[in-house]
Design a protein around this ligand. Sequence first.
Ligand code: C2E
Ligand code: CA
Ligand code: CA
Ligand code: CA
Length: 274
Amino acid sequence: AKKNGKNRYFWFEPTMENELRFRNELENGIRRGLKRGEFVPFYEQQVDISTGELVGFEMLARWKSPELGLVNPDVFIPIAEEIGVIAEMSEQLMVQAFTDAQAWDSSLTLSVNISPVQLRDPWFSQRLLKLLIENNFPAHRLEIEVTETCLHENLGLVKSMIASLRNQGVRVSLDDFGAGYSSLSQLRSLPLDRIKIDRSFVSELRNKDSSKIVDAIISLGDGLQMPITAEGIENEDILAQLREMGELKGQGYHYGRPEDGSQMLERLAENGKL
Ligand code: C2E
Ligand code: CA
Ligand code: CA
Ligand code: CA
């Protein structure tokens, strides 16, 4: 076993070194990118699935890295959280998104994802409200998306911050619902405006178990009088099935891939939503 371990060590060492170096370069790249304004908002359409009407956009972060090209958030958000720059990154993105959204029809909402790390900061809600005022963006057009992970650490703090944001008109959605655990007890204890069904269930709706779960979440929402968004609507079949299941908002590749601010403006012009 020892020999084996030694062999493995011998073979893995160069890879680990490379991985460390790559990781290091990513961290530096992210810090540099923040200074240079390389993090930009993309947008995904949110639609009323029964009428097909566009109701808003979810902002999804992208990194325009000079070295790596367009980088997806799954790569850089966890690192930004770890190296302590997620709040700064999020605020940079929101300022850009507030500016973009000001050009849209004022009926359209803007949803932004908030990291659990940001919700550890007791000043989070104050900072967000200040950002709204500084950028002249109406609180009632903003929706924040939080995940259950944010509730594990300091439920009391998170609850009171969410309450003060909602007091000012900001709406709060529970993202990725069903994917985590202890979802039900949290639903009761949190003041929320909307539940977003995790896309893993929606995109697998052909699957009988997934469709039962989606059905159950929809009745739960009905019972709690909480509106529901289905994400991950990838095609017409899924859309048709969801339409039978309830009155929902939806989003997903069927409605379009995430696009940057200027592509979005063209789309809005086509739809008379400017
Ligand atoms: P999410 O909040 O669940 O966002 C939805 C993700 O699903 C997006 O990936 C979107 O491009 C993708 N998606 C949309 N429609 C479909 C579909 O029909 N099928 C499939 N398979 N996927 C679809 P993206 O943009 O790569 O974002 C990944 C995650 O990164 C997001 O998941 C969110 O948790 C996080 N994220 C994105 N932007 C931010 C941000 O500004 N701050 C924080 N903290 N997290 C962010
Ligand atoms: Ca989200
Ligand atoms: Ca989600
Ligand atoms: Ca997610």
